[in-house]
Design a protein around this ligand. Structure first.
Ligand SMILES: CC(C)(COP(=O)(O)OP(=O)(O)OC[C@H]1O[C@@H](n2cnc3c(N)ncnc32)[C@H](O)[C@@H]1OP(=O)(O)O)[C@@H](O)C(=O)NCCC(=O)NCCS
Length: 178
């Protein structure tokens, strides 16, 4: 039997929740990050005013790299209907984020981060569940992500969440001359 979910309002920065089955997206598929029923953390879409806090969070979580432009990454993820950034706040603080999107075939997760002050409270798991549900309502059958080999704690996090390691080699090429 499918689990009932709560689905957050689509308005950027909003976390209003309404009951909704996961298989029934609203008219536009841009709606709804969906924390699992009973999740204690309301999930919201990143809004225009969240960029600075997101960059600070990613810095504190060790996710910034010199070759990435986080402001541009945020703008690109928020621009179209096939990606978004989901947030969990604790009071005034931005406690966690995840960027999720799909390429028409697979779903991908980036910038999953819980602020060091809020770790081991289930926020990372709740964000990952919301990203999974965001993809499920769009018919995406599989979620993928990349983890650096030395990031042992994060390996443990994903294994605990039911993810399996796949033996693949990643090829890439920059398209921005960097
Ligand atoms: C990975 C990360 C998002 C986890 O966030 P979190 O909110 O602390 O995770 P949760 O509290 O939801 O943890 C869920 C479970 O994952 C496992 N887990 C989480 N962190 C772990 C760690 N450091 N070591 C071992 N297991 C861990 C545990 O089983 C945990 O359950 P438990 O606390 O009941 O034992 C956080 O550690 C982080 O921001 N890391 C730095 C950024 C990063 O590398 N992100 C991943 C990019 S791919």
């Amino acid at each position: 039997m499918s689990e009932p979910r709560t689905v957050a309002n689509d308005a950027p920065g909003s976390a209003a929740t309404v009951a909704s089955p996961v298989a029934a997206p609203a008219a536009a598929p841009s709606a709804s990050p969906a924390p699992r029923a009973g999740a204690p953390f309301p999930v919201a879409h990143a809004g225009d005013g969240d960029t600075a806090a997101l960059v600070r969070l990613w810095d504190r979580a060790g996710l910034l790299r010199p070759w990435n432009d986080p402001q541009a990454d945020i703008a690109l993820a928020r621009r179209g209907p096939h990606s978004t950034i989901l947030l969990i706040r604790q009071g005034e603080a931005l406690a966690g984020s995840v960027m999720v999107g799909h390429d028409g075939h697979r779903g991908w997760v980036y910038y999953l981060a819980t602020d060091p002050d809020f770790r081991r409270r289930g926020i990372g798991r709740a964000l990952l569940a919301a990203a999974e549900d965001w993809l499920k309502v769009r018919g995406v059958p599989k979620i993928m992500l990349m983890v650096r080999p030395e990031n042992d704690a994060v390996h443990k996090f994903y294994v605990a969440a039911g993810y399996v390691e796949e033996p693949r080699i990643i090829f890439s090429r920059r398209l921005d001359e960097k």
